[in-house]
Ligand binder design. Structure first.
Ligand code: 4SX
Ligand code: CA
Ligand code: FE2
Length: 373
């Protein structure tokens, strides 16, 4: 965070419902259209020569993704829906108290969307809050147009930020709760998953130089739809769009696939995480050295997934200033020169030295690690 501390006494935070839409700047609108519409079959609500407004089959608000033509690939907005129009005033007062750039955009500034409160949040991201939105046809039962890889709705954002505990504290102030995280036994936190809706996350925080946008995730209802997207990309000789997966996440338990769009923006297709809506939903803490944390089958994470992410814009449309991560990086401690990881915590490592699980109880900061054997 640029100003590192959240003031002690803040006005009430806006009531966020969920991650609702994103805006990506793309350099070649036709190439982006081919990827998102012809391949992924997102539905075009509206388009012109500068922008395409897209939604998934279960979305009934005007759009969940905007592709806008621009000179440099970037993320221009991550949008959260708030519970009512009145929450926009709450958001304005809250972010003014946080001392960040806040703007109000009149209804219709963004097609199909009512009034927007736009902020550059304390982490440096361009965030929008809205309630009003035009309703459009919900294609839930239009199986005749779904195809075999039907994408149901937008699920979450994943953002890269240098200081995970500080970012977590900021999002807790906004009413988000942690479902899972990745840490080590030296109090370094590498990533955290946080939610408002009753799933594993609306936003995930990934440790690294930031602000950068790591990915936007859409969900399907079933795993086979993800497999079909892979088969289709192969058939189209576009398998180079597949960056990581398909696989089963450790964190979240969801089935996953990561794609890179023609501008390099990372899109995840994700399905079947679990319910988190009770107030005492247990937090799962993963050891960074657990080889199953990010892929339940132990499939290695490709280096690009850790290192590459999209530029984000400030509210004037300029690339946001990057802040370097000071803590160790997850890639360095797991796949770098000194990295190690284990499948069974209590066995010795392949080089014969004591495994990370030996001599300790599988506890991190007094909390039982998730899924340790
Ligand atoms: O790679 S992880 O298994 O940690 C993971 C990454 C879990 C859930 C996600 O949505 C994600 O992007
Ligand atoms: Ca460490
Ligand atoms: Fe994700």
């Amino acid at each position: 965070m640029s100003d590192n501390t959240v003031p002690a006494a803040l006005p009430p935070a806006p009531d966020v419902i969920r991650a609702a839409s994103a805006e990506l700047i793309v350099t070649d609108l036709a190439a982006a259209r081919s990827f998102y519409v012809d391949v992924l079959r997102l539905v075009v609500t509206e388009e012109d020569e500068n922008a395409i407004y897209l939604r998934a089959f279960e979305d009934y608000l005007h759009h969940s993704l905007v592709l806008r033509k621009g000179p440099v690939a970037a993320c221009a907005a991550l949008s959260y829906r708030v519970r009512s129009e009145a929450e926009l005033d709450v958001a304005e007062t809250y972010y003014k108290a946080l001392g960040v750039d806040v703007r109000r955009l009149p209804a219709g500034t963004k097609r199909g969307i009512g009034e927007i409160v736009q902020v550059q949040d304390p982490l440096g991201f361009p965030i929008e809050f809205f309630y009003g939105a035009e309703h459009v046809e919900r294609f839930t039962q239009r199986y005749d147009v779904h195809g075999a890889g039907a994408i149901a709705r937008l699920d979450h954002f994943n953002v890269v930020t240098p200081d995970i505990p500080a970012a977590q504290k900021y999002y807790e102030g906004l009413g988000f709760k942690v479902s899972e995280d990745i840490e080590d036994d030296e109090q370094t936190v590498y990533a955290a998953w946080m939610y408002r809706k009753s799933t594993v996350h609306d936003v995930a925080l990934t440790g690294g130089d930031g602000p950068r946008m790591h990915h936007i995730a859409f969900s399907t209802n079933e795993r086979h739809q993800i497999l079909h997207i892979c088969d289709q990309l192969g058939a189209l000789r576009r398998s180079d769009a597949i960056e990581r997966g398909p696989g089963r996440h450790g964190v979240s338990n969801a089935f996953y696939l990561y794609l890179r769009d023609p501008d390099g923006h990372r899109i995840e297709i994700y399905t079947q995480d679990y319910y988190t809506g009770d107030p005492d939903n247990p937090v799962i803490r993963w050891d960074v050295h657990d080889n199953q944390r990010r892929d339940w089958w132990g499939t290695p994470v490709v280096p690009s997934w850790y290192s590459e992410a999209s530029t984000v814009l400030d509210l004037d449309g300029h690339p946001a200033e990057l802040v370097e991560r000071k803590d160790s990086s997850e890639a360095a401690v797991t796949i770098g020169a000194d990295g190690f990881s284990y499948t069974r915590a209590d066995e010795t490592r392949s080089d014969g030295s004591a495994g990370p699980g030996s001599g300790r109880s599988g506890e991190v900061q007094g909390v039982k690690l998730g899924h340790q054997v």
